[in-house]
Design a protein around this ligand. Structure first.
Ligand code: NAD
Ligand code: IPM
Ligand code: MN
Length: 351
């Protein structure tokens, strides 16, 4: 039976990178005789243009019925008017919430052949391999908002249950890795962080006694990510801290255009590169498609298609090792810049 996949290209470079990803899925499907039924639906700015809403009912319904969903990116300057009440980002947040994908897994690896693409010294990058486990459907992103002429508020709220379930995800992941969890909060200031710390400590003590847990404040964690990145194994954190720290962490690998993610809950999974719609390069055909393709590999693994997932990851690695690099990864003018199409072609050939 065909595997039903919903693709949400979105805005900016979203359609460019999802087009590459669909080509890769088709190729890997042929190789392993897996039938994918891929349907595209609008989300974000383009959906606002078409129907006045960033997450049309048909899009949401299709996502809920799919086996898996993958997203390009949403947003852009056209929809950034501060007065606007309808925004592309609301579509993505509502989708995450409706699908109940409370854990966002963002793995960070340093590809050996890309060490020179990173601004960090090579010796700091040795042994860097960690995962950010970001809580995705709670916190300040989903609290009540108010706006008056002279002030505004955003409520940050976490329940014990929300912290417990994401702590378990991080711990289960750590058990498959090096059994180290760094829980990141701002417990010296925030009440939600004090609750977070208490709950994480209890979950580890009662359910994962083998895990070596440390707590770290988010500000010094931001520093340590650059100073001593090899220290980390699993970073467990709340929604907004995870958003910020993972973009920071992407610099270690050389580009945001390499970082994939999986957003998982109890139902259908959503797979999304961590980057946005990159309005500064949209339409130029130079976006890095590897983050989106690697997100599809995470999707294949989640669908229990391990061989296909591995084939896609190996193909991206091959393309990188062959030096097929988009502009975000070429560090000197003497390096040849590949287009999105050429990078995709290199992956297809490796498959
Ligand atoms: P961004 O991630 O879009 O871009 C940041 C920088 O990284 C830009 O210079 C961009 O050119 C570069 N970049 C990002 N992805 C790249 C890729 N694949 N290849 C090459 N270069 C890449 O972040 P931003 O500029 O802060 O946000 C732009 C828009 O994207 C905003 O509207 C924001 O809300 C939205 N956004 C959406 C998502 C999402 O859909 N998941 C994620 C982040 C931001
Ligand atoms: C991300 C993005 C989103 C987030 C925005 C677009 C809502 O930055 O996926 O990392 O903050 O979660
Ligand atoms: Mn982000």
């Amino acid at each position: 039976m065909a595997i039903k996949i919903v693709c949400l290209p979105g805005d900016g470079i979203g359609p460019e990178v999802t087009q590459s990803t669909i080509a890769v899925l088709k190729a890997v499907g042929e190789k392993f005789r897996i039938e994918f039924d891929i349907a595209e639906y609008p989300i974000g700015g383009i959906a606002i243009e078409q129907s006045g809403t960033p997450l049309p009912d048909q899009t949401l319904a299709a996502c809920k019925e799919a086996d898996a969903v993958f997203l390009g990116a949403i947003g852009g300057p056209q929809w950034e008017n501060p007065e606007a009440s309808v925004r592309p980002e609301q579509g993505l947040l509502k989708l995450r919430s409706e699908l109940g994908v409370f854990s966002n897994i963002r793995p960070l690896k340093v590809f050996p052949s890309l060490i020179s693409s990173s601004p960090l010294k090579p010796e700091r990058l040795a042994g860097v391999d960690f995962v950010v486990v970001r809580e995705l459907t709670g916190g300040i992103y989903f609290g009540e908002r108010t706006r008056q002429d002279d002030y505004a508020t955003d409520e940050c709220r976490y329940s014990v249950g929300e912290v417990e379930r994401i702590a378990r995800v991080a711990c289960e992941m750590a058990m498959q890795r090096n059994k180290r969890v760094t829980s990141v909060d701002k417990a010296n200031v925030l009440e939600t962080s004090r609750l977070w710390r208490e709950v994480v400590t209890r979950v580890v003590k009662n359910e994962f006694p083998e895990i070596n847990l440390e707590h770290q404040l988010v500000d010094s964690c931001a520093m340590k990510l650059i100073q001593q990145p090899a220290h980390f194994d699993v970073i467990l954190t709340e929604n907004m801290f995870g958003d910020i720290l993972s973009d920071e962490a992407s610099v270690l690998s050389g580009s945001m255009g390499l970082l994939a993610s999986a957003s998982i809950g109890d139902g259908v999974g959503l797979f999304e590169p961590i980057h946005g719609s990159a309005p500064d390069i949209a339409g130029l055909g130079i976006a890095n498609p590897y983050a989106s393709i690697l997100s599809a590999a995470m999707m294949l693994r989640w669908l229990n298609l391990e061989l296909a997932a591995k084939a896609v990851e190996d193909a991206v690695l091959d393309a990188i090792d062959n030096g097929t690099l988009t502009r975000d990864l070429t560090i000197s003018n003497s390096m040849r810049e590949a287009s999105t199409k050429e990078a995709t072609q290199a992956v297809l050939e490796a498959i």
